[in-house]
Design a protein around this ligand. Structure first.
Ligand code: 5GP
Length: 173
């Protein structure tokens, strides 16, 4: 298992979704059960023994890593979604994008005040998405224990935006 190099399963897609963007495609990793399992195992190993009550992740690719990690750590998983997608009453949080704003929602009973929350996503770029999730969790009075990613684009320095919360990633570019 240790011989698996996770970065071998990430495919570069030039000019997606816009010209000039080099998109990191995670689907080859997802398609290989040994590589996918190795990624989840490495994430779980990092948080073993840490106080985590619940995992929160934003749609859509965050869900893919959050759900198996939650099972492995023996905690629940709470989805964060775009407006209008969740059926029950929600907390919502708007955040700045490069151009305009976006809003995320979470069920009001998803995370309780005082809980320790691990945030999960497939990739950390500018940090905007994970920072919005952190703000949503903190608005409820819960604590962000850490932020876990498969991939971190170090040159965009998203971790600085998320500080002082710890960012942990398995692959760095
Ligand atoms: P940020 O908010 O940190 O700028 O962007 C991270 C979010 O955008 C994540 O939810 C991630 O799914 C998505 N994202 C941005 N760029 C990429 C990429 O190159 N590959 C993948 N898989 N997701 C990306």
């Amino acid at each position: 298992m240790n011989s698996i190099q996770l970065q071998d399963y990430i495919r570069d897609i030039p000019d997606f979704p816009k010209p000039g963007i080099l998109f990191k495609d995670i689907t080859p990793l997802l398609a290989d059960s040994a590589a996918f399992e190795a990624a989840i195992d490495q994430m779980a190993a990092h948080y073993e023994g840490k106080q985590i009550d619940v995992i929160v992740a934003a749609e859509a690719r965050g869900f893919i890593f959050a759900a198996p990690l939650a099972l492995k750590l023996g905690v629940g998983f709470v989805p964060v979604r775009k407006p209008g997608k969740l059926p029950f009453s929600t907390h919502s949080f708007s955040y700045e994008l490069e151009y305009g704003t976006d809003t995320l929602e979470m069920h009001i009973d998803g995370v309780a005040e005082g809980q320790n929350v691990l945030l999960v996503d497939d990739l950390l770029a500018t940090g905007g998405t994970i920072k919005a999730c952190a703000n949503l969790v903190e608005k409820i009075g819960a604590t962000v224990t850490g932020c876990c990613f498969l991939i971190e684009l170090k040159f965009l320095d998203g971790a600085a935006k998320v500080a002082p919360h710890e960012c942990f990633s398995l692959i760095e570019y």
